[in-house]
Design a protein around this ligand. Structure first.
Ligand SMILES: C[S@@+](CC[C@H](N)C(=O)[O-])C[C@H]1O[C@@H](n2cnc3c(N)ncnc32)[C@H](O)[C@@H]1O
Length: 238
């Protein structure tokens, strides 16, 4: 298993996305992104996430899920490679007095799980920051600290269409967002989507799914957005 200290492991902060290294973006993140964390927690409780659950949130960002899960599980380890995103979560934890969330400044390729195996690994909109080869390695690392029978909840921008549909599908997606204009409320804009497609590493569902299986997961549920741009997986560690 990759240790994460190898000299040839990529600098994950360099791959983490321009905006995620930007303190201004980190401060406004919760205004522009609602991860639907309460619904996710309820859905995962239906799948067996109970009061004794040990949870790891990989690429936690400002920790919307970690904060929502905290009152109903035993412990959450909130992992992120970006100090400015993690600082936002630390401030929230202090003001809310949530003592069962610990923050780890680390990445998919470097996080070392020192606790007993986790019951749930959660990761939303983060894995696409790694190139595909490294996504496969990251999935295998996540499987290594999840107990057999434990859950992986993975959501991301993952393309469900064929390569020759790329221009039409992605242009339609971009066209659903307006260009940023002065005085706008903070929100995602066309330029953010263009940057995502150009500079980040979202892959195809039909490439990611075999990677999940190969890493030791069985995909129990896969939900795709109508525009074939987002995918959500509920997987069980074999
Ligand atoms: C779009 S935000 C998503 C945050 C949160 N999961 C959510 O759903 O609101 C992506 C997060 O992934 C983090 N990230 C990017 N690359 C990472 C890596 N290699 N390891 C861990 N976190 C990473 C970024 O710093 C950022 O906080």
């Amino acid at each position: 298993m990759l240790d994460g200290t190898e000299s040839w492991v990529p600098d994950e902060l360099a791959f983490a996305g321009r905006e995620n290294r930007d303190p201004t973006h980190a401060k406004r993140y919760d205004q522009i992104e609602d991860s639907g964390a309460a619904n996710e927690v309820a859905m995962l409780q239906d799948w067996g996430m109970g009061a004794n659950a040990k949870v790891v949130d990989m690429g936690t960002g400002t920790g919307q899920f970690a904060v929502a899960a905290s009152p109903v599980v035993a412990h959450v380890t909130a992992v992120d490679i970006s100090p400015v995103m993690l600082d936002e979560l630390k401030a929230k934890l202090a003001s809310l007095g949530l003592a069962n969330v610990s923050c780890e400044l680390a990445g998919f390729l470097t996080y070392r799980h020192s606790l007993e195996p986790a019951d749930l690994v959660y990761s939303r909109y983060a894995l696409h920051h790694l190139p595909e080869f490294w996504q496969a390695v990251a999935l295998s690392r996540m499987a290594s600290f999840l107990r057999p029978g434990g859950l992986l909840r993975l959501s991301d921008v993952v393309y469900g269409f064929a390569p020759d549909e790329t221009a039409q599908r992605l242009q339609s997606w971009i066209d659903t967002y307006a260009p940023a204009a002065p005085g706008d409320q903070p929100s995602w804009a066309r330029a953010d989507l263009e940057e995502h497609i150009r500079d980040e590493h979202s892959t195809f569902t039909w490439l990611l799914e075999p990677m999940l299986e190969r890493a030791g997961f069985t995909i129990e549920e896969a939900v795709y957005s109508e525009d074939q741009v987002f995918a959500r997986y509920l997987c069980v560690r074999r």
